[in-house]
Design a protein around this ligand. Structure first.
Ligand code: DSN
Length: 483
């Protein structure tokens, strides 16, 4: 395992003591925490949005900071006694600004969805304030009367968002109905080129010209390629939209300077949102980056759309961001991308079909239709063999968003664990072996079952054995002994 800066012996003592204390109150929870590390140690984790945070990050979250209310921002709290929280939030924001070269960082969001909500409201508030508020003689969004707000709500019906379609790799929060963004905004999607699977900037431009969105969203959770944010910004500017980039998936690649220039969203976007726990390898949480013109609105995230800040999580974000400033993090980010490429090549070499034909980020989208399977069957069969992935729609997916026709594979976690290119090829071999040995079984409503499957006898156990050998070469949290 690489790059985690806390000595494992110290971490081992700390975790063991912590679990002993928990066990005295509720042993089932202590046991479940112990079982989780055992499960994670024993599985080949290829979920593209997961990682392994360092012991320092974990230990920063589990303490008395959880007891403190701190609504407001640094130096302007609605509660007394926030001296330490002010320090923590300032340090986290300082590291975030330095890591990403952003003028302003808001580190309070509890998740990626929350970060996106903060960004939406900030963009709306900014647009409402100027020039509509000026015309109405209102100086500040906080001075809006009830009637002004009623008008604003009516106006929201006209607000438009253009984002990547779900089956091309976009995210629910980019204007889709199951999320509030799909209710706040009238939404339209841009997809990918049907031949290449790549983002077609001319098509995005044409859609933007026709639809005239207020917010153009870039970013994805299942698109295996880089996005040119300079071009996206040009498109946004041409139609008067704010470019919002949700970099939750690839924040670690931006922090590690693998995505630079046109592929770094920060210099190009009006507002950037992220989670902190994916490729960035921090605690579970969110963050918003922006320029000074939007900062005032972003900082009102709580209480506008967020509950009170979680000081223990901001402390852990600060630790993770300090880690991301180390040169070793740049090496890590580069290895994440190299590993994804090796995994893609290993699969292609064995005849698999990949959306876009490969990858240049941290994820690979494997189309399992060639194996005669749905994504759900493939996901379940791989899990039987100790390989943890998640099913994912492919563009124009015939099996919809529930069963899907793809499996998303990501390398951030296994790269943290220390696996390299040759091992990615072995993993490609294991995945291909399982999927070739799996076939649909039984019938469902109206035809063959999209969920049930059978694996040829002995294959899952054999692959699980080979996966365990691979994992044994790279212990997870080495030296952390809870026994
Ligand atoms: N749930 C995250 C993912 O897996 O990509 C996105 O929110």
């Amino acid at each position: 395992m690489t790059n985690h800066p806390v000595a494992s012996e110290q971490a081992s003592t700390a975790f063991r003591s912590a679990l002993d204390v928990v066990r005295q109150v509720e042993p089932r929870i202590a046991d479940a925490i112990g079982a989780e590390i055992a499960d994670q140690r024993a599985s080949l984790k290829l979920i593209a949005s997961e990682n392994y945070a360092s012991p320092a990050v974990m230990l920063a979250m589990g303490n008395w900071l959880t007891d403190k209310y701190a609504e407001g921002t640094v130096g302007r709290r609605f509660y007394a006694g926030c001296r330490s929280v002010d320090t923590i939030e300032s340090v986290a924001a300082e590291h975030a600004r330095a890591v990403f070269g952003a003028p302003h960082a808001y580190v309070q969001p509890h998740s990626g969805i929350d970060a996106n909500l903060v960004a939406f409201w900030a963009v709306l508030a900014q647009r409402v304030e100027s020039p509509a508020l000026a015309r109405a003689g209102v100086r500040h969004v906080n001075d809006l009367s009830e009637e002004d707000w009623a008008q604003l709500r009516r106006a929201l019906g006209d607000q438009r968002m253009l984002g990547m379609s779900l089956d091309a790799g976009g995210h629910l929060t980019h204007g889709f109905r199951p999320n509030i963004s799909g209710k706040m905004f009238e939404q339209r999607s841009y997809g990918t080129d049907p031949e290449t699977g790549l983002l077609d900037y001319d098509a995005v431009r044409a859609a933007a010209r026709e639809f005239r969105p207020l917010v153009l969203v870039a970013g994805y959770s299942a698109y295996p390629r880089r996005v040119n944010f300079r071009i996206m910004r040009e498109i946004a500017d041409e139609v008067g939209a704010t470019l919002m980039v949700d970099m939750a998936h690839f924040a670690g690649l931006v922090a590690g300077k693998v995505l630079t220039g046109d592929f770094d969203p920060v210099p190009h976007a009006g507002v950037v949102t992220t989670t902190t726990h994916k490729s960035l390898r921090g605690p579970r949480g969110g963050m918003v980056l922006c320029h000074e013109d939007l900062a005032e609105h972003v900082d009102r995230g709580c209480p506008m759309v967020l509950g009170g800040p979680l000081p223990h999580m901001m402390a852990a974000k600060a630790v993770a961001l300090a880690e991301a400033r180390q040169p070793a993090f740049g090496d890590y980010a580069q290895r994440v991308v190299d590993n994804a490429r090796a995994l893609a090549e290993g699969l292609l070499h064995r005849g698999a079909s990949l959306v876009t034909g490969g990858t240049d980020n941290h994820l690979v989208l494997l189309d399992v239709q060639g194996y005669g399977l749905t994504g759900r069957q493939a996901e379940a069969a791989l899990l039987d063999a100790g390989i943890v992935t998640n099913r994912n729609a492919v563009p124009r997916d015939p099996n919809g968003a529930w069963y899907t026709s793809g499996v998303r594979l990501g390398t951030p976690a296994l790269t943290t664990r220390g696996l390299g290119g040759a091992e990615m090829d072995e993993i490609a071999e294991l995945i291909d072996t399982v999927l070739r040995a799996t076939s649909p079984s039984g019938t469902g409503a109206g035809g063959p079952s999209k969920a049930r499957y059978a694996i040829a006898a002995g294959v899952a156990a054999k692959v699980a054995e080979r996966a365990a050998e691979l994992l044994d070469r790279h212990p997870l949290y080495p030296g952390v002994d809870l026994s």
